[in-house]
Design a protein around this ligand. Sequence first.
Ligand SMILES: C[S@@+](CC[C@H](N)C(=O)[O-])C[C@H]1O[C@@H](n2cnc3c(N)ncnc32)[C@H](O)[C@@H]1O
Length: 393
Amino acid sequence: MGELNLHDLNKYISDYGCNVFVETGTGTGTGLTYAIGANFKKVFSIEINTILYNNCRERFTQGNVKLINAKSVDGLKQACANIIPADTCLFWLDAHFPGADFGHGGYDDNIPHDDKYPLESEIRLILDARSNKRDVFIVDDLQIYEPDANYELKAKTEFLSKHKQKINFEELFSKTHDITRDYRHQGFIIMTPKSATEKTELSILIPSTPRRADSLCKNLIGYLTRMIESGGHANAVQLLWLGDNYTMSIGKKRNLLLSMAEGEYLAFIDDDDSVAETYFDDVLPIIRQQKPDVVTYKCVTMVDGGRKTISSYSKNYEYRETTDGNGVVQWTGKVAHTMVWRSEIAKRHKFPEKNWQEDMDWVKLANADIGTEIEIPKPLYFYRMYHKVSETR
Ligand SMILES: C[S@@+](CC[C@H](N)C(=O)[O-])C[C@H]1O[C@@H](n2cnc3c(N)ncnc32)[C@H](O)[C@@H]1O
């Protein structure tokens, strides 16, 4: 049985911004009492055993405490549906052996596996339900999952070999979280979001205008944020966008964004454009492993919803347009600012401070500095050119 009070909850609140506490396995409410004493805005606790739930329901009547009488996976579904993505949770996962710790059942009861050892299903459900990958997890009773370590309060070997469960915590968390094993008491495994101070690998730069702030730009940022969070890229990718009240030229905005970019690589995505759902999954492995000066990909342009152009980029290409039998224009040209650039090269050159064709001089100068380039031979960038909407061309 876990001892939540061995953990400084207010430190998790201040270090990671946790504002919601979620417990699986209420028991007699010892952990819950401790959690209520910390500064959470909302506290959820889930218990399968109805007698234990009813006892706690009479005692915990605070308005911000929600007790749920359910199997932990079902209760987590309910809790997660009531937590918004912007909230950050501290999950205290402590449910196993229904009722047994309190004499309402036995450790050897013949009950469904997932009711008796629900941890892996709980974790998978949470990771699926929560788009915010900044939650903290404290899992109790590590000795059930990793019985061989030197725990402070080690259970009998016979008990551990009977109830041992296999969970690959590294596979579940290592992309998004740091993992710490704590062998006090019966053992804990603690997952905290990877430090935001890790090196940014790719900065995405989005210049915008007031007219588009609430529509195109907002949609693009929402779309990219979802891709970054669901792909576990929150530490690798920095998203920067810049709008103004029409005091700056687009060239000036691009220069400011260039100076703000902290990533080893950067790419502009204009706010009326979009990228493929696989953009980060395709680009990040290349900049991590092969480290070229630029990564290029195809760009599909639709002009006024009609004419379609497929563009390919290389420092070695000259501007050329050919039309295939289906009326699709194949365009080749120098590497554009909308491809992925090593920042050190991209930052060597400034965009002219104008609103039209500001990219042309920059592209010419920057292409002359490219050494190595790698092409991803598929469309990753989508450019919709509507002359009515365009404010720059
Ligand atoms: C170790 S005790 C909880 C102690 C409590 N978390 C604390 O910190 O004081 C485990 C509790 O989990 C409950 N439990 C076991 N399996 C469960 C499941 N599948 N769903 C929900 N609760 C479960 C048990 O009935 C028991 O009350």
